[in-house]
Design a protein around this ligand. Structure first.
Ligand code: FAD
Length: 317
């Protein structure tokens, strides 16, 4: 079933999660060990992130360095198949522009459609670690909206080969990313919202937000979207802080602010265990407030560590 249908049919706020494929060499059991304890809260859909290749330098016998491309976390499509067969819930694979030509994207969409997958979160992806800015593949997409246009075209039976007549129409419900504290490359929130509105006009069915720690940021973002006539559901993404170092690392990686009260409380913690308790409590309060505000769904970034989210869900759902 589509994410939008789950939202429409729900009588109260839905619980959902995002998981990461395990590092290459690990088994799918790692994913099941993460999802198993969270099934108690009946997530109707589970997002599975996509991780593109990275370049690493390996020393050859000659002493020269060799640039090698590796994907540290492959397996998104296989994990989606595993989720369907084990839990009978809807997986939401993330699909990115980075690393894909249009033809590779088309083939990936065909695979997903054959698996019976009806939801996709369409994203651009970040720049590779050693590249300053995002570089699309030759014949690839530059922005999420361009990738979306390909998905919506396939939903209308339009594939890349112009001679292909009466091609099967895929049936994807399309989610896109939104940034309550603005995407870091956008010059300001107004411009970022303009691009978000275009994604919705192009056919995005719902928005999932980047994590935030101050609910006011989400509420203002939703208001700004509604003022622009962006009417699709806006699902808040939440992540509990679990270590002391995250109050420095999260703003650096995700370009967002952590409220003073939360940083003050984390800085008082003597170890990561105490910090995790503070992070869980903060996330419980955020979740309860957002439910009161009437959010359609609370989407938790598990980072494939279920325990903090289990504690939050027990207190909230
Ligand atoms: P876009 O919507 O393309 O926007 C990127 C930037 O370009 C923004 O600043 C926007 O304002 C601007 N822009 C958009 N369209 C245009 C245009 N036509 N012309 C000029 N400027 C434009 N990354 C992964 O690699 N794998 C994942 O699984 C993954 N999951 C994510 C899940 C969520 C919920 C979120 C919020 C992010 C996720 N990301 C993931 C990270 C995401 O790929 C990055 O944040 C990326 O930098 C932007 O992706 P986007 O889809 O928002 O890009």
């Amino acid at each position: 079933m589509k994410v939008t249908e789950h939202i429409k049919n729900a009588k109260s706020t839905i619980f959902s999660i995002e998981i990461l494929p395990p590092l290459k060499g690990k088994s799918i059991k790692e994913i099941f060990d993460c999802i198993d304890p969270l099934m108690e809260f009946k997530p109707p859909f589970v997002d599975v992130t996509y991780h593109r290749e990275e370049f690493v330098y390996r020393k050859r016998a000659s002493g020269y360095l060799e640039k090698v491309s590796i994907r540290k976390r492959p397996g998104t499509v296989g994990i989606c198949a595993g989720i369907i067969s084990r839990y009978k819930v809807d997986p939401v694979p993330h699909l990115i522009c980075g690393g894909f030509t249009r033809h590779e994207t088309e083939n990936a969409l065909i695979d997903l459609s054959f698996l019976g997958i009806e939801n996709i979160l369409v994203l651009r992806g970040d720049a590779r670690k050693n590249e300053g800015s995002f570089i699309p593949e030759p014949e690839g997409h530059h922005y999420a909206i361009d990738l979306m246009a390909q998905v919506t075209a396939m939903n209308h039976g339009k594939y890349l080969d112009p001679d292909l007549n009466h091609a099967d129409q895929t049936n994807f419900c399309i989610g896109v990313a939104g940034y309550p504290e603005k995407h870091f490359e956008a010059p300001n929130l107004k411009v970022d919202l303009h691009h978000l509105k275009r994604k919705v006009e192009e056919g995005a069915d719902y928005i999932v937000t980047q994590m935030f720690f101050d609910n006011q940021k989400y509420i203002e973002f939703v208001k700004a979207c509604r003022d622009l006539n962006i009417t699709v559901p806006i699902i808040p993404g939440l992540k509990p802080i679990t270590t002391r170092s995250q109050i420095a690392n999260i703003p650096k990686s995700f370009y967002l602010d952590i409220p003073e009260q939360l940083t003050d409380e984390i800085m008082k913690c003597k170890n990561d265990e105490e910090a995790k308790q503070v992070g869980i409590e903060w996330c419980i309060q955020q979740s309860k407030e957002l439910i009161k505000y009437g959010v359609p769904c609370l989407h938790y970034y598990t980072m494939s560590k279920p325990e903090p989210v289990v504690k939050i869900a027990r207190a909230v759902f």
